[in-house]
Design a protein around this ligand. Structure first.
Ligand code: FES
Length: 139
């Protein structure tokens, strides 16, 4: 089974766990009590579940994520213009990966950690190729 390693911004390991291949990453993080906000419940509408994937970057992304990120980048949110930034609700775990959550729960900013999520990627995913440039270097 693939192993998910969760690190903080210093790269220190917070958690490690194995998941069934094909598990939605957000679901795996929630089920393993990782502190990650998921306001819209995994419907690719809010961006709070975004992660940086340090190792094991997927070679596919959902069409929904790509179009959402294109709009965000056009509006000046350049943090989404990075090959290792994904919405965890739009990722399935196929191989070992190392990730860090971008938005952890903070009562001042968030009303709640977010709605429950389903096992499936929603909306129904259309997978498109995702290129990881060599400069990222830690595929
Ligand atoms: S985009 Fe809202 S939980 Fe993933």
């Amino acid at each position: 089974m693939p192993k998910v390693t969760v690190v903080d911004f210093m790269g220190d390991v917070q958690k490690e766990f194995e998941v069934e291949k094909g598990t939605k990453l957000l679901k795996a993080l929630i089920d393993n009590e990782v502190d990650i906000v998921h306001t819209c419940g995994g419907k690719a509408k809010c961006t709070t579940c975004r992660v940086t994937i340090h190792k094991g970057v997927p070679t596919k992304e959902t069409q929904r994520q790509r179009e959402f990120f294109e709009k965000l980048i056009e509006s000046g949110r350049i943090e989404f213009d990075h090959p290792a930034v994904f919405l965890s609700c739009q990722v399935v775990v196929e191989n070992d990966m190392t990730v860090s959550a971008s938005e952890t729960f903070n009562k001042v900013i968030h009303d709640s950690i977010g709605k429950d999520t389903t096992d499936e990627v929603t909306p129904e995913p259309v997978w498109v190729d995702h290129e990881v440039p060599d400069w990222w270097g830690i595929k």
